[in-house]
Design a protein around this ligand. Structure first.
Ligand code: ARG
Length: 588
C-alpha cells in the first residue's frame, strides 16, 4: 500500500470507513474490483464477517453498509449492500482530479512503486549467450523477458544486478584454439568473424569425431587455457572481444544493458574449493573412474561436478556462481531467465547448493523458463546460413516490414512522419513488435512468429500501443491551447468535466498502473504490464471515438480537461511501454 497512489488511497479510504463501523475487522477486509464494473468500483465480500456475527450475509451487509460514513472530501461517493458484498462507487470528479494530479506529479515515475523493494538486492540474469556463437532466437526470449523483469524490479525500488552470464568457458574453447593454431587461422580478420568461428568449430568438431588425436589436441589446448598459457589466454580473449562487439550491436538495438557480465570463466578459480566442499559435506562422491558424482536419491537424476579427466561441468560453474552471488550480494531474489530445456539443470544446481548448506541462496533462486520460438506457420525465417535463426536477422526482417508499412501509409497520406524519420520510426516499430510478441503473453507459451499479426496496428500488438501514443502526442501538438497546470489545481473536480463513462473508464485504467506493476513483480510476469498498457490503449480509443477533443464546438474548459486526460494517457502508455523495453515514437 502506497498512499501516493489513488489506487491505494481509495482502498485505504474504504477500509477505514468499514473498520470505523466496528462491525468488521481490518484483517477480514479484502477489497476487489467487481467483475461487473457498471455496478460498483470496489466490492468488499463480507461472508466470513457475517458468519462470525451469526447473521445471513444479506442482512449483515445491509447493516454494515448503513453504518458506513463516507468522508465528503474523499474519493468514495456511495456505499451500498448487495447480497454478500458491500459495494462502493467513486466520485467521478474527485477521481479525475486525483488521477490527473498523480500522473502529472510523477511523470516518468508514474506507475512505479519504489516502496516495494526499498533497496533490496535482486539479481536478474538474462541473455547469457555463448561466446564464439551467434545469438539465436532463444536468446532473444531470455534477453527480452529478463530485461523487462529488470526494469519492473527497478520500478519497484529494488537494487537490481542485471547479469549477463556469458558462456565463455568449456571444452569448446579447446577446440577453437586447437583449430586456430593447427590450421593457422585468423578468424578476427574475416568480414563476419563470429560466423567464421561458428564454421571453424563445426569443422573441427566433425573432424575430431573420428580422429582421437584432434580430440587430444583440443583437450591439451583447453588445459593450456586453464593453466594460463599466454597465447591461449590472449586468443581466447580475442574471441570474446569479437563476439561481444557483435552482441553489443544487438543489445543496442534492443536497448538492453547489464550491470555485470561475469561469464562462466569468472567463476573458474572457485571450482576446486566448491568441489572440495561438496565432497567434504557428503554432497558429492568420487566414483571408481575418478569422476565426482552428485546423487539426489530418487528426487532428481544424478549429475557430475567433475569428469574423470578432471574437467568441470556446467553444473559446477553454476553452483560456484550461486555461492559467489550469496557471498557478494546476498540477494533477496536470484532470478535466471533461461529456456525451459534447462529446467533439470537448475533443479540440480539449486539442490546441490541447498545440500551444501546454502538454503539462503537456494530458497531465493528462481528459474523463469520460457518456451520455444518457431517460424511462421508453414513458413521459414529468412536465414543466412544453415538452419539456425539469428537474432539480428529476425530484427532486420521486422524492421523492413515495418518500414514497408510506414511507406505505404506515407503514400496514402495517413502518416505524419517525414522521409528523414522513417528509419528511426521503423526501427522502433519493428524492434518493438518483436519484443512485444514475446512479452504480451506468459513466457511458458511457445511463440509462433506471425509477421502480419505481430505488425498489425490493431489488436494486442506493440504497434497498436505505439500508434495510440503517437495519436495522443499528435492531438497535443495540434491543440493551440497550452496544457493546464494540473497539479496547481486547475479544478477538474467541478461541473460535468471528465465524467463521461469513456473518460471515467480511461481514468480508472490509469489509476491501476501501480497495481499492475506490483503484480508483474510478484508474478515475474511482464505480460501483466503489457496487458495494462493494452487496456489503456483500448480505453483511449473508446474515449477518442466518443469524446471529441479538438472539435470547434467543444467548449474551452472541456477541451482543456480532455487535453489533460490525453496528456496523462500518453504518459501512461509511454511508461507502460518503457517497462517492456519498447520505445514510443512521437509520430507515426
Ligand atoms: N549460455 C547458456 C546457453 O546459451 C545459458 C546460460 C544460462 N545461465 C546459467 N547461469 N546457466 O544455453
Amino acid at each position: 500500500m502506497n498512499l501516493n497512489y489513488v489506487f491505494d488511497r481509495l482502498r485505504a479510504e474504504a477500509t477505514l470507513a468499514l473498520v470505523a463501523t466496528g462491525l468488521i475487522e481490518a484483517s477480514a477486509i479484502a477489497l476487489a474490483e467487481p467483475k461487473n464494473r457498471e455496478l460498483a468500483d470496489l466490492a468488499c465480500p463480507i461472508f466470513a464477517a457475517a458468519k462470525a456475527a451469526g447473521e445471513a450475509p444479506a442482512v449483515f451487509s445491509q447493516r454494515l453498509a448503513a453504518a458506513v460514513r463516507l468522508e465528503r472530501s474523499g474519493l468514495l461517493a456511495t456505499v451500498e449492500a448487495a447480497g454478500g458484498f458491500v459495494n462502493f462507487t467513486l466520485h467521478p470528479e474527485a477521481l479525475a482530479s486525483a488521477v490527473l494530479e498523480e500522473v502529472a506529479r510523477l511523470g516518468d515515475a508514474f506507475g512505479k512503486d519504489s516502496s516495494v523493494g526499498s533497496g533490496e538486492k535482486v539479481i536478474v540474469e538474462y541473455s547469457s549467450p555463448n561466446i564464439a556463437r551467434k545469438m539465436h532466437v532463444g536468446h532473444l526470449r531470455s534477453t527480452v523477458i529478463g530485461h523487462s523483469l529488470r526494469l519492473i524490479f527497478e520500478a519497484l525500488g529494488y537494487d537490481v544486478i542485471a547479469d549477463n552470464h556469458l558462456g565463455d568457458w568449456g571444452t569448446q574453447f579447446g577446440m577453437l584454439l586447437a583449430a586456430i593454431d593447427l590450421w593457422k587461422l585468423t578468424p578476427w580478420d574475416d568480414p563476419d568473424p563470429v560466423q567464421s568461428l561458428v564454421l571453424v568449430y563445426a569443422k573441427y568438431n566433425s573432424e575430431a569425431k573420428d580422429d582421437e588425436s584432434l580430440k587430444d589436441l583440443a583437450r591439451a589446448w583447453f588445459k593450456k587455457l586453464e593453466d594460463g598459457d599466454v597465447w591461449a589466454r590472449q586468443t581466447w580473449q580475442t574471441l570474446i572481444d569479437i563476439t561481444m562487439a557483435e552482441f553489443s550491436r544487438t543489445y543496442e538495438r534492443l536497448g538492453v544493458r547489464f550491470t555485470t557480465q561475469h561469464g562462466e570463466s569468472y567463476f573458474e578459480g572457485m571450482m576446486p574449493a566448491v568441489m572440495a566442499e561438496a565432497v567434504e559435506k557428503g554432497v558429492a562422491y568420487r566414483d571408481a573412474g575418478g569422476a565426482l558424482v552428485v546423487g539426489f536419491d530418487d528426487k532428481l537424476p544424478s549429475c557430475l561436478l567433475q569428469k574423470s579427466d578432471g574437467g568441470t561441468l556446467y553444473q559446477t560453474r553454476d553452483a560456484a556462481t550461486c555461492l559467489y552471488r550469496l557471498e557478494h550480494y546476498a540477494p533477496a531474489r536470484n532470478i535466471y531467465v533461461v529456456g525451459a530445456e534447462q529446467k533439470l539443470h537448475f533443479q540440480q544446481v539449486f539442490e546441490i547448493v541447498r545440500r551444501m548448506g546454502y538454503a539462503k541462496i537456494a530458497d531465493v533462486s528462481i528459474h523463469i523458463s520460457f518456451g520455444k520460438v518457431s517460424p511462421p506457420n508453414g513458413g521459414r525465417f529468412s536465414m543466412r546460413e544453415g538452419n539456425v535463426v539469428f537474432l539480428n536477422d529476425v530484427l532486420d526482417e521486422a524492421v523492413e516490414r515495418a518500414e514497408a508499412k510506414m511507406r505505404a501509409s506515407i503514400a496514402d497520406g495517413r502518416s505524419e512522419i517525414t522521409e528523414a524519420e522513417i528509419l528511426e520510426v521503423s526501427e522502433m516499430l519493428g524492434v518493438g513488435a518483436v519484443i512485444y510478441a514475446d512479452l504480451f503473453q506468459g513466457p511458458d507459451r511457445n511463440i509462433t512468429f506471425d509477421w502480419d499479426k505481430m505488425l498489425a496496428d490493431q489488436g494486442n500488438t506493440a504497434m497498436y500501443l505505439q500508434y495510440a501514443y503517437a495519436r495522443c502526442r499528435s492531438i497535443l501538438r495540434k491543440s493551440a491551447s497550452p496544457l493546464p497546470q494540473v497539479p496547481s489545481g486547475c479544478g477538474f473536480a467541478k461541473g460535468d468535466l471528465l465524467v463521461h463513462p469513456a473518460e471515467q473508464a480511461l481514468l480508472k485504467q490509469l489509476a491501476r498502473m501501480p497495481h499492475a506493476v506490483r503484480e508483474a513483480g510478484e508474478k515475474y510476469l511482464p505480460a501483466t504490464v503489457a496487458d495494462w498498457t493494452y487496456q489503456l490503449a483500448k480505453a483511449f480509443s473508446t474515449f477518442y471515438d466518443q469524446c471529441p477533443v479538438l472539435k470547434d464546438d467543444v467548449p474551452e474548459e472541456r477541451k482543456l480537461a480532455r487535453l489533460a486526460l490525453v496528456s496523462a494517457t500518453a504518459q501512461g502508455l509511454r511508461n507502460g511501454l518503457a517497462l517492456l523495453g519498447i520505445r514510443a515514437p512521437e509520430r507515426v
